[in-house]
Design a protein. Structure first.
Length: 385
């Protein structure tokens, strides 16, 4: 029997109809949640972009890669690891409760950040009265800063899986990656960063329109195969550039980077959070997503150090590591990831709860049976007319 519901089917159906009627009331909450997650990406956009500024590195005395820069990038993922176990409390105090608690902690921490010193800086540089911390503008700016800090919510989990597929090189380590193919100017590097982020945005939106048109496994396999091919191409053309120093080889590497970004956002990005939610029953969802967050945070911490040190020591050859990783991930996905496209919650429960049957095989058998049933119904309807 399904573990996703405890009430009778009739009661569940009635409740779902009522939820559907009032679904528009939840749109505002969804929009706010998405905006908060988008704000998280801004933090990494700043870290990635500022890495292209030579004066920043000169002032602080560390390079665009290596242990120090890797530590800087790992700080937020370490926070994810520390906070992930507390996501399980969502089953005790509710989703709204856990979000309220998290925001309260962030706000409390922000109040400890030398607030008075910050007011003095604002008063000195943004008002005409010098050191008047009671100036109305100081109050307004301070409130805006506090509200911004309050809106920093939980980690956008899909980011870290994207990084482990090789996106980390295109993200916060784009600068040292471009250095390996002779693109060293600050303007050129920032332009590349802007273009790649814009590509990711556009094709993630496109991906949201195709997510319900193709099977989950199809999208995953297509994405991973494209990663392997493009990263292999980037390795070869980066090697050719090291030998010949020809601009055409550098241009080819840039082409592979943009194609990788396109495939990643179009085929994979939209499923990072969708797939775990689909395979987890309601009573396990909070705990499961907490574990997911913990593993992703730990993996993000490891890869931040790995890319930073690796690209400093072996340069473009770091792509080979990701080719190998994605090959392993492709094989594991084939044998482990069940197909959840078009399955009801009860059918997904059957996939995981049927004893002695592999979930992947069960999910594919259900898909075949539903497809055959649709074909028979279509034939019956055609014969009827």
């Amino acid at each position: 029997m399904s573990t996703r519901y405890t009430e009778k089917p009739e009661g569940a159906l009635s409740q779902h109809i009522e939820d559907f009627k009032h679904a528009e009331e939840n749109v505002e909450e969804v929009v706010i949640a998405r905006c908060n997650q988008a704000g998280y990406g801004i933090d990494w956009a700043v870290i990635s972009g500022i890495n292209a500024f030579k004066p920043w590195h000169t002032y602080f005395g560390f390079g665009t890669s290596g242990v120090t820069y890797g530590t800087l990038n790992a700080l937020m993922t370490i926070g994810t690891v520390c906070g992930a176990p507390f996501m399980a409390f969502a089953d005790i105090i509710g989703r709204r409760g856990i979000n309220f608690t998290g925001n309260a902690i962030v706000l409390f921490a922000s109040l400890l950040r030398k607030k008075e010193e910050a007011k003095k800086v604002i008063a000195r540089y943004q008002t005409t009265e010098g050191n008047n911390v009671d100036h109305p503008l100081v109050t307004v700016v301070t409130q805006q800063i506090e509200e911004s800090l309050e809106n920093e919510r939980k980690t956008h989990l899909s980011y870290w899986d994207y990084r482990w597929n090789g996106g980390g090189i295109i993200g916060q380590y784009l600068v040292p990656a471009l250095d390996t193919i002779g693109i060293t100017g600050t303007t050129e590097q920032l332009g590349m960063n802007f273009g790649l982020n814009g590509t990711y945005l556009v094709f993630t939106v496109c991906g949201s329109f195709i997510i319900d048109r193709f099977h989950r496994r199809t999208l995953i396999f297509a994405g991973l195969i494209s990663f392997i091919l493009l990263q292999t191409a980037a390795t070869i053309t980066s090697w050719q550039y090291q030998v010949s120093k020809e601009k055409v080889d550098a241009a080819l590497v840039v082409t592979w980077l943009f194609l990788f970004q396109t495939c990643s956002s179009l085929l994979i990005a939209t499923m990072h959070n969708l797939y775990p939610v689909e395979v987890l029953s309601l009573d396990l969802r909070a705990k499961g997503m907490g574990l997911y967050s913990f593993v992703q945070g730990a993996a993000g911490t490891v890869q931040n150090y790995g890319i930073s040190v690796g690209i400093q020591k072996i340069g473009y050859k770091i792509w080979v590591v990701y080719v190998a990783y994605n090959c392993i991930q492709l094989v594991l996905s084939y044998f482990i990831f069940p197909e959840t496209f078009g399955l009801s919650l009860e059918e997904i429960d059957t996939v995981f709860e049927t004893p002695g049957v592999r979930p992947v095989k069960m999910s594919l058998d259900i898909q075949k049976a539903k497809k055959e049933n649709e074909r028979l119904e279509a034939e019956m309807a055609q014969n009827h007319y």
